[in-house]
Design a protein around this ligand. Structure first.
Ligand code: BEZ
Length: 213
């Protein structure tokens, strides 16, 4: 599989998981998806990442996002590891972890970078929209835990773009002003789409209050 790029269709697959067989596109249904890889079971950084992701369950649900983790071990190993995660991170992991011992999905999604490790995956994240298009890819080294608040922030930004024709500026946080997409030029359209008004800083930089607040 060549590297997946933004806008590509996320490849479908069928694989075992801690919650039984998963058919990826069927699992996602009409939801957004976050597919993210872990180098291996019983590793410290992954334990903290999965625990934190589990605690964000309501945040993902609010945004209509289904979460799917991947680790290159068997489902029985995942079950034991989930026990450790629940115990040490004070949570109950409720999303599936793909059992990718045969590296089928890791290879399909180019999650193994041989010059980093021949066998373990790097920390990949794919955000996938309801049309099954890849909307975000992130690659972190195995030794650096990811920022899952940032993943939620990007999903918020993507959903605002899709629903309201806005982009989000540097370090944007939920509730702050956003940017009207440069493709929106018709003054009547601007008036109807942005009833809270807008500010023309430069003709190409127009801000408006976050439309869904
Ligand atoms: C891990 O927890 O997955 C990990 C920690 C240090 C180096 C590499 C991986």
């Amino acid at each position: 599989m060549s590297t997946l790029r933004l806008g590509d269709t996320a490849p479908d697959f069928e694989q075992d998981s801690s919650k039984g067989r998963i058919k990826f596109h069927e699992y996602l249904g009409d939801s957004w998806g976050v597919l993210f890889s872990h180098p291996a079971d019983f590793t410290p950084v992954c334990t903290t990442e999965l625990g934190y992701t589990s605690k964000l369950a309501q945040e993902f649900a609010k945004r209509n996002v289904k979460v799917l983790a991947l680790s290159v071990d068997e489902a029985a190993s995942h079950q034991k590891w989930i026990g450790d995660i629940n115990e040490t991170q004070n949570t109950t992991v409720d999303f599936p972890i793909l059992a990718d011992a045969d590296r089928k999905v890791s290879t399909l999604y180019d999650m193994i970078h041989p010059n980093a490790s021949a066998t373990a995956t790097v920390r990949s994240v794919f955000v996938i929209d309801p049309a099954k298009k890849v909307r975000l890819t992130i690659t972190y080294p195995a030794s650096t835990g990811r920022n899952f608040d940032e993943i939620l922030r990007v999903i918020d930004s993507l959903q605002l773009t899709d629903q309201y024709s806005v982009a989000t500026p540097v370090n944007w946080k939920d509730g702050e002003d956003v940017i009207i997409l440069p493709s929106i030029q018709d003054p009547e359209v601007i008036k109807s789409k942005f009833p809270k008004g807008h500010t023309v800083v430069k003709p190409y930089l127009r801000t408006t209050p976050q439309p869904n607040k």
